[in-house]
Write a protein that binds this ligand. Structure first.
Ligand SMILES: C[S@@+](CC[C@H](N)C(=O)[O-])C[C@H]1O[C@@H](n2cnc3c(N)ncnc32)[C@H](O)[C@@H]1O
Length: 394
């Protein structure tokens, strides 16, 4: 293991693999992992601070980081970092990391989960709630179809808290926004996080401040209970296709990612009203989101070739920032586009070859039944591929 602060894995202490050269040892460690992680019982506090569709279970990035050697002074990059699972695992293992995502809720989660816990956040949240009790109703922001998704009295309560957060001390603002974001679906008319349908719920508007305070307590506890120092993590909120190598800001020894792929999950839709309430623009996210279903059901719709082009461009960036001999790992499933099944790991492998990446390790993992979203029923995503490519040494 090249990186001084890596945690040893059982494989690493095995005397047989310890006697192998680093490449053979890495391959041997990767093949010894049970990628279904049958021993996982529940998520950790930090994984549970906010929902996110199709997120890694922590064990996946942890295994990849532990099994693959990382040159000294290099970091981990996740170009589609989502809720920040690989960033948290890198940080937990003492390795600096960089994450990119165009979704502002993803970036909010990634930042909060890898930053210091804001001081006195619970007292701050209590003051926000107390002041909202006496605040005027205020003007509700222009949000499409708001009355369909939120009771008018609930809108007033959310708006008061959102306005108060906007003027709170900057070091606490992200964590407070994340707390509010985490309760939005619960206080909306949306049936559940995974069912995008409006139902009558008769919500007591006092649930908004109560759930907000509870969310702040949960986030505060998760951040306080991290038993490791906070190694540097940078989160870049941008479309990966617009990111230049210089923006990554450090040499990368390992890429750990799960890319979006055609016609599977819709991250922008999942977080649409969270974004509206926090002042972000979900329609901009929808326009640039790779794989969003909306791009596959319009005139001149996207095809698998569009996905190949997007991956080619992403892989070019990865090739530019990865040190020679560095590894790029992808966890990716299949897509169904207009009735035809595409193997996205094959698309990535083919696009990566001319850029000097060679296949290093590949295996299939079962997708657990609890990893589903409200739009998956049409697609055949029962297993996914763990693919590790290596950037050629010469
Ligand atoms: C499979 S999810 C990643 C989940 C992540 N591994 C986790 O554990 O939370 C794919 C991510 O790609 C992001 N994404 C989609 N299109 C993008 C683009 N053009 N630029 C950057 N990120 C994008 C989505 O917002 C989503 O968060």
């Amino acid at each position: 293991m090249a990186h001084g602060t890596h945690e040893p894995t059982p494989q690493k202490t095995d005397s047989w693999s310890a006697s192998l050269d680093p490449e053979t040892a890495a391959r041997s460690s990767l093949s010894e992992v049970d990628w279904g992680f049958p021993d996982r019982r529940s998520h950790s506090e930090i994984e549970g601070v906010h929902p996110y569709p199709a997120k890694f279970i922590a064990e996946i990035p942890r295994a990849l980081i532990n099994c693959l050697p990382l040159p000294p002074h290099s970091g981990v990059l996740d170009p589609f970092c989502g809720s920040g699972s690989s960033l948290v695992e890198s940080q937990r293992l003492g390795i600096p990391a960089v994450g990119v995502d165009l979704n502002p809720i993803a970036c909010l989660m990634s930042r909060v989960k890898t930053s210091a816990c804001p001081t006195d956040i619970e007292q701050l949240a209590a003051r926000i709630v107390a002041s909202s009790e006496t605040a005027s109703d205020g003007e509700i922001p222009e949000i499409p179809n708001l009355d369909h998704w939120f009771q008018p009295n609930v809108q007033v309560e959310i708006n008061k808290i959102a306005r108060s957060i906007a003027t709170s001390p900057s070091e606490a603002r992200d964590a407070l926004k994340l707390a509010l974001s985490s309760i939005i679906v619960r206080v909306s008319n949306q049936e559940s996080d995974t069912r995008y349908a409006a139902v009558q719920k008769d919500i007591d508007p006092s649930a908004v401040p109560t759930l907000f305070l509870r969310a702040v307590n949960r986030i505060n506890a998760a951040l306080q209970n991290r038993p490791y120092p906070l190694t540097s993590v940078d989160v870049i909120e941008n479309d990966i296709l617009k990111v230049e190598p210089s923006m990554i800001g450090r040499p990368i020894g390992l890429v750990v990612t799960s890319p979006p792929y055609p016609n599977a999950y819709e991250y922008w839709l999942y977080h649409k009203y969270r974004m509206w309430w926090l002042g972000y623009d979900p329609l901009k996210v929808k326009a640039d989101e790779i794989g969003a279903r909306a791009h596959f059901f319009k005139k001149n719709h996207h095809t698998a070739e569009d996905f190949a082009r997007q991956m080619r461009q992403t892989l070019k960036l990865l090739g530019n920032v990865l040190v020679k001999g560095g590894f790029a790992s992808f966890v990716v499933g299949r897509s169904k586009i207009h009735g035809k099944i595409y193997d996205n790991s094959e698309i990535i492998t083919d696009e990566a070859a001319p850029l000097g990446f060679t296949p290093f390790f590949v295996t299939e993992r079962e997708l657990s039944a609890n990893r589903k979203s409200f739009n998956l029923s049409h697609a055949n995503i029962k297993t996914e591929t763990v693919l590790v490519l290596r950037k050629e040494v010469e």
